[in-house]
Design a protein around this ligand. Sequence first.
Ligand SMILES: *[C@@H]1O[C@H](CO)[C@@H](O)[C@H](O)[C@H]1NC(C)=O
Ligand SMILES: *[C@@H]1O[C@H](CO)[C@@H](O)[C@H](O)[C@H]1NC(C)=O
Ligand SMILES: *[C@@H]1O[C@H](CO)[C@@H](O)[C@H](O)[C@H]1NC(C)=O
Ligand SMILES: *[C@@H]1O[C@H](CO)[C@@H](O)[C@H](O)[C@H]1NC(C)=O
Length: 352
Amino acid sequence: MVLKLTIFFCTIFFIKKVLALYEHEKLVQEKVCFDRIEKIVENQYKTIHLTCNWQKFVDYGNKNSNNKIQNCNETELIFHQFDFYLPFSDPKYVTLKKDLFKNFRVQSLSMKSLNLAKIEENAFEKESFKHIVFMDLSSNKLQKINTNIFKNLEVLEKLNLSNNKIALTENNFQHLKSLKSLDLSGNQLQYIHPNVFNSLNRLEYLDLSNNNLEKVDACTLSKINTNPITLRFVPPIILMNNNPIDCDCNIFYLNRVLKYRLNLTCSTPKYYKGKEFIDLKNEDPSSTCKYKTIIIFGLLICACCCCCKNISKSNRILELKNTLRIKNEQSVNNGYYTQIPTKNDHSNLIIS
Ligand SMILES: *[C@@H]1O[C@H](CO)[C@@H](O)[C@H](O)[C@H]1NC(C)=O
Ligand SMILES: *[C@@H]1O[C@H](CO)[C@@H](O)[C@H](O)[C@H]1NC(C)=O
Ligand SMILES: *[C@@H]1O[C@H](CO)[C@@H](O)[C@H](O)[C@H]1NC(C)=O
Ligand SMILES: *[C@@H]1O[C@H](CO)[C@@H](O)[C@H](O)[C@H]1NC(C)=O
């Protein structure tokens, strides 16, 4: 009996392992995907490129949902690169559901032009997506992105969200600590929350072109790369063509002080209308800029003066107190009596 059980469990274990390793072959056999093994490193680390029919993949996932396979042994890493094609307007296929990638280690995911309208909260779960470096969700119908959707993608380097209708929330990108390239073009963005880019301090490329942005806040964008070395040698590229952009001090500040490479055409003020910023970058900024700079500098100088004054004042007071104390002690020691003189006190007796 014990022997039978052992054999049974061993067989199950073995089958599970084999299934996990060859899950992609099943997909291929069932004509859900075509595959290509991209690379084998030391006979262990494989990259399997799967080009799949989106509809069939969803159906396959639903069919096999009760048959989830354990993740592979960490030392036998197999990565999957997914490329989907064929959109369907059937509502069944416009939501990216959780657990769909449960059996895979996704390294790259390309889901462009699939009519996707929704991504479920846990669609990119940690076990399957902790190795992902590339994600393309462009040209879909995504609108709202839940705050936590990208929370497991800590090694993601490239994210393409272009040509959707995404409205960003403050914390959308807060876990994407490795992100180098972000494409948000063509999303009808009018406003960007000042904290959206706070965690993206490795970003080298940001595409905000083809939106409805009028104002660019220097503080919002100054967070995107905080490493002084990369800032100096590889300053971030920011594309903002085709926006009704106001070329105010913020833009000049980003270019002159932070050295960002900006690509945009100015809409306002009038005298810069229609001009490429690249041709203006050595221009004298508008008078409002000078005015603002003067005010800021003025305030800074005032604050400094106040501080210095306070310090020297408190130092002087301390010194005075010290001398008086020493004097006092000396006088007491010598049997003298000294009174600290106060203002309007004409009776300050010093008996000697
Ligand atoms: C994973 O696989 C390696 C080699 O294939 C093996 O040495 C190791 O014991 C395995 N670990 C587990 C937890 O199965
Ligand atoms: C993002 O996707 C769009 C449309 O698929 C493509 O034109 C664009 O080049 C991509 N952006 C990047 C940075 O690769
Ligand atoms: C910058 O904009 C110009 C014109 O709008 C365009 O020709 C050029 O390719 C853009 N540069 C980059 C890096 O996209
Ligand atoms: C200067 O000192 C006073 C009290 O001694 C304090 O109330 C004030 O905040 C200080 N000002 C600055 C700028 O530190």
